[in-house]
Design a protein around this ligand. Structure first.
Ligand code: HEC
Length: 108
């Protein structure tokens, strides 16, 4: 009887866990960083992701998910960007990259 309860819990966890991974909070990462090396994007790109021309950080709000992801993938490979963006792009996990790209593309 007891093992059935455990089985049910295990099944529930394997079904629910990936859903949590997908719902990483992109806004949280944007404003506060990922706690694993990626600095808060807002520090350079602006709290509203409107960009900061004085340091050459482009506007990110409203960019397409694919555009953001391919820019980050290039930076992670050391192609383009600057040292900070390369470091940050490498620090972001794939799930974090998806989350932050989704958040930014949802902004105006
Ligand atoms: C230390 C300042 C700084 C931080 C922090 C920072 N960025 Fe950047 N980012 C820049 C600068 C400067 C550029 C322009 C690089 C270039 O094109 O040479 C840039 C470029 C980009 C681009 C390319 C946009 C385009 O249109 O080409 C993306 C996407 C991006 N950053 C995403 C992020 C995300 C997501 C974060 C947070 C996880 C972040 N950045 C944190 C400074 C920063």
């Amino acid at each position: 009887m007891k093992s059935r309860v455990w089985m049910a819990a295990l099944v529930a966890m394997t079904v629910i866990a990936p859903a949590f991974a997908d719902s990483l909070d992109g806004k949280q990462i944007f404003l506060h960083g990922d706690g694993a090396g990626a600095m808060p994007c807002a520090a350079c790109h602006g709290v509203d992701a409107g960009g900061n021309t004085s340091i050459g950080a482009p506007k990110l709000a409203g960019l397409a998910v694919g555009v953001i992801k391919s820019a980050l993938a290039q930076f992670a490979n050391g192609e383009g960007g600057n040292a900070s963006m390369q470091y940050i792009a490498q620090a972001l996990s794939p799930a974090e990259t998806d989350a932050v790209a989704g958040y930014l593309s949802s902004l105006k």
